[in-house]
Design a binder for this molecule. Structure first.
Ligand code: PLP
Length: 914
């Protein structure tokens, strides 16, 4: 696995990036030579210092250790020696001191107390050095940059110190200034350490640990801590990640005043992290919040502080956490986040073999001797996991777990990834800080609480609650599910892929917007059968049309009037000259559209967008709902289902909706691209991006790429026709399904005649085979489905007010739901436009589908479905909700009232406490 730290310019030495010196006068070559000399001499000096001081302090420590004092006295003396040794050795070593200071469990208390001085008692730079640094940064007197500037630092760290100032106009700011000489010393001590490790590599046993490679990956990170511009960008990214968070606050950097040595940010007041006793907020909850914050950064954002020590944070009196330092950050890829979640999931379920496999796959880069005896390795690692996750869970320590796991891996000469190492360091410091804030915290229980709340699987607590009330109420539904389990496999709602419903819903009858289950319980339904029933269940016109067509024999595979009528009805809803091909589902329609695009363009590849679902084919599911890979702006393909053809997956170009890079990538690959397919209004977002769609349209036209809008959900639902009519942007092909079948299986491709004709016969069989795309299906255009679809579309066309009503009722419902949540102070986001809805309990406002689950209270979200059921409303778990014309305002008022009752119960049950 690749190194996944923040992107780094590995080749550049600090101070060597600029072509001219900071004052802009020195020629580049001369500057470079001088810098090299400066850094070279630093490295020599540093080596000397390390050897000399290590000898001096080593002797002192040895004398104490061998002396005749009590153990406690020795601990105190040795800690003092270690502290002044690290202080003398420079910033890299001070970092080590900071980590040690958080480890109350690792070192004697007296020793950690000694090291705690590293958070606050470090020496500042001289006023002269400070003035020179500021002068160099601003090239003008400090008085001109700041209205006031306090030359006494309020905090001094190992790398930088912080001063208070005001900007002209009175804005209070904190000014973080890199200490003079620190950059060079970090660089030099990094070099020297690297050289020492290389020296160690001469010993084969040491070489196998691959320390050089690991340190090589981490070293640039250490030096990058001194780059305040980089830090300001990191700070902004974290601010974004925690935007709207209920208690995490991050000061805004004032970018126009930042430079490589100086970071200016809004001033925020608070109690330094090492003094939680100065805060009136309960210590236990403060520690819990700390841990949640750190876990959120790791598991949701995949972007976390590697060194979250108390000096980097302030507490506010109301329990807020102000994050201050953004120097050392580690990141996890989407795959690593997934692997880590999968690993913890297996541990929680006590499936140790699975957990061992997942841990090894995720974090071991070199298997060493594992492959020689994999069975023993698995047994031993399983024992480590069992011990930490089960036996000693009540005094859980991630550090101890990582330490034991690493030790075992080392015995097998296996090498872990840098991500693993950085995460270990981060968790080590973070959890140390948490335990210091509340020594009684049960880290394990809190970790479980966190995963329980934020993971997309059923919480045991919720399950227990509803097992008591729902299970006895739906015996018939359970009996049917048990029977089904014997012979009916799969993606039915009795047994759904990835998210099997805890409580089956087996419908006996449905009418309008209501469904009644086999146990006689009636619910207002907000699923609309996942879309088709826009007119409500059992609409008389549709039911009549179905009965009539069935009475006429139910013709398929032979021409019939109904298919003609449906085809014509659909074509007329799209731009003039549009033509139609009928299919049996949305999935089929997409397969057809893509084949036609290939036949038409004679190109092979397809581009799709991350998080968009286009049916269950290999390509339709690439980077779909659950799994994502690569950079946000430039995603990489990943299969959405086992059994997908590797070549198809890999050949799919995956893009990000709304990202300019997506347009560049389409242009780059234009010669190979047959089609670009997307959901123009992704159901998860319930919104469309007109400028992006317009740009995409223009680009595809220019490059001769077929643009396909997948309107299987939105077609005839958000407007008669689809989103394209609302956006005013028209694709070459549109795929349809759901509504156009009136509740029966149906799909269609509609589009420009020129492209659709790629499926029209030439009447020359030889030419057909060579040039035409075959699309077909025994039941495509069968008379019963076609009659049902036609009746539904005619109803929608006959009453254009239907879309106005759906819009108004969507607004009514959205407003009502939000008002209930607001009234109860529940963090709730309702997206809902044009009859398509989602409800999340979330502090984030994700821009991309891949971030949608980050920070979302999954436990509440899943539970919502079951609380609602108890109040006579059916909402599918974690799926888009939909309205139909059969939902009258009274029904929706009932839903709103039920939501109020549901939220009250959820609040009482503690689902939103933090
Ligand atoms: N495209 C989109 C956008 C969809 O949401 C779906 C299904 O939900 C499909 C295609 C596949 O349609 P079907 O389930 O009818 O095969």
């Amino acid at each position: 696995m690749a190194c996944t730290t923040v992107p780094i310019d590995h080749g550049t030495r600090p101070g060597m990036a600029a072509a001219t010196d900071a004052d802009g006068t020195q020629p580049a070559a001369l500057h470079r030579v001088r810098t090299m000399l400066r850094y070279g001499s630093r490295a020599v000096l540093e080596s000397g210092r390390i050897v000399a001081w290590t000898a001096v302090y080593g002797t002192r420590a040895g004398t104490v250790a061998l002396g005749r004092r009590s153990q406690e006295e020795k601990d105190v003396a040795l800690s003092g020696i270690a502290r002044s040794y690290l202080l003398r050795m420079g910033p890299l070593y001070m970092k080590a001191g900071q980590v040690l200071a958080t480890q109350s469990g690792l070192l004697p208390k007296r020793a950690t107390d000694e090291f705690r001085g590293f958070f606050s008692d470090l020496p500042p730079m001289s006023r002269r050095d400070l003035a020179r640094t500021l002068d160099r940064a601003y090239q003008r007197p400090v008085e001109e940059v700041f209205e006031t500037f306090d030359w006494r630092p309020v905090a001094v760290g190992s790398v930088a110190e912080v001063h208070l100032a005001t900007l002209p106009g009175g804005r209070r700011v904190a000014v973080k200034v890199v200490k003079r000489g620190v950059r060079e010393r970090l660089w030099a001590s990094g070099r020297v350490l690297a050289a020492l490790i290389r020296l160690g590599d001469l010993v084969p046993a040491v070489r196998r640990l691959d320390g050089s490679a690991m340190f090589g990956e981490i070293r640039p990170l250490l030096v990058d801590q001194c780059d305040m511009l980089r830090e300001a960008r990191t700070q902004l990214r974290c601010r974004d990640n925690f935007a709207r968070h209920p208690y995490v606050r991050i000061p805004s950097p004032v970018l126009e005043r930042c430079s490589r040595d100086v970071l200016v940010m809004d001033y925020m007041d608070g109690v330094p992290g090492q003094f939680p006793e100065g805060v009136s907020f309960p210590r236990g909850r403060l520690a819990q919040r700390l841990m949640d914050t750190f876990y959120s950064a790791v598991f949701f954002h995949g972007f976390y502080h590697v060194d979250p020590h108390p000096g980097n944070l302030l507490f506010t009196q109301d329990g807020g956490l102000v994050l201050l330092d953004f120097g050392l950050f580690g990141s996890l890829t989407e795959d690593e986040k997934w692997d880590l979640a999968a690993f913890y999931y297996a541990c929680i379920r006590k499936e140790w073999d699975v957990a061992v496999d997942r841990l090894t796959k995720a974090f071991v880069v070199q298997a060493g001797r594992i492959d020689d005896d994999p069975d023993t390795y698995r047994r031993q690692m399983a024992a480590v996991l069992r011990r930490h996750f089960e036996e000693v869970a009540d005094h859980w320590s991630t550090f101890a777990f990582f330490d034991d796991a690493t030790r075992l891996l080392r015995r097998y000469r296996a090498r872990v990834t840098t991500s693993f190492s950085l995460l270990a360091i981060g968790l080590l410091t973070g959890e140390g800080f948490v335990s210091q804030t509340d020594p009684d915290i049960d880290v394990w229980a809190n970790a479980r609480r966190f995963t329980d709340r934020f993971s997309p699987y059923m919480s045991a607590e919720v399950q227990e609650r509803f097992d008591r009330v729902i299970v006895p109420a739906i015996p018939e539904s359970f009996a049917l599910r048990r029977r089904a389990a014997e012979f009916l496999v799969a993606p039915t709602h009795l047994d759904r892929f990835v998210l099997p419903s805890a409580y089956p819903l087996v419908v006996d009858s449905a009418e309008g917007c209501r469904i009644t289950d086999v146990d006689g319980r009636t619910y207002i339904d907000l699923s609309c059968g996942y879309g088709p029933h826009i007119l409500g269940y059992g609409h008389p016109a549709v039911a009549r049309a179905i009965a009539d067509a069935a009475m006429r024999g139910g013709v398929n595979a032979l021409g019939n009037r109904d298919e003609l009528a449906l085809g014509e009805q659909i074509a007329q809803a799209f731009p003039e000259g549009s033509k139609v091909i009928l299919a049996n589902s949305g999935t089929e329609a997409v397969v057809m559209a893509l084949r036609l695009a290939r036949a038409h363009t004679r190109r092979d590849r397809v581009a799709k967008f991350e998080g968009h679902y286009h049916g269950f084919t290999d390509q339709g599911m690439v980077s779909g709902w659950f799994r994502h890979r690569g950079d946000k702006a430039r995603p990489e393909p990943i299969q959405g289902s086992a059994g997908s053809q590797h070549a198809v997956v890999e050949n799919t170009l995956v893009l990000q909706l709304g990202e300019p890079a997506s347009l560049e990538r389409i242009a780059e690959h234009a010669d190979e691209l047959a089609a670009v397919i997307l959901e123009p209004m992704p159901a998860a977002m319930a919104a469309f991006d007109r400028p992006f769609l317009t740009a995409l349209r223009e680009l595809c036209t220019r490059k001769g790429i077929v643009l396909v809008f997948d309107e299987v959900v939105t077609g005839f639902r958000v407007h008669y026709g689809g989103v394209q009519h609302l956006a005013g942007v028209y694709p070459d092909l549109t795929t349809l399904g759901k509504v156009i079948g009136g509740g029966l299986p149906c799909g269609a491709v509609v589009g420009r005649g020129e492209v659709i004709d790629a499926a029209r016969t030439t009447r020359d069989p030889f030419l057909d085979i060579e040039t035409k795309g075959f699309v077909g299906g025994t039941l495509s255009g069968n008379s019963i489905t076609a009659a049902a679809g036609l009746a539904a579309l005619q109803e929608l066309e006959r009453d254009p007010g239907v879309y106005e009503r759906l819009r108004a009722r969507s607004a009514f419902l959205r407003k009502g739901l939000l008002a209930e949540a607001d009234h109860l102070g529940v963090p709730c986001d309702v997206k809902g436009e044009h009859s398509i809805f989602s409800i999340t309990f979330d502090y984030a406002s994700p821009r991309f589908v891949r971030d949608r689950l980050s920070g979302s209270n999954m436990k509440a979200n899943l539970a919502l479905s079951y609380y609602f059921r108890q109040h006579g409303v059916y909402v599918p778990e974690l799926h888009t909700l939909m309205l139909g014309d059969a939902h009258a305002e009274d029904d929706l008022a009932e839903v709103v009232a039920a939501f109020g009752a549901v939220l009250t119960e959820m609040v009482d049950d503690g689902l939103f406490a933090h």
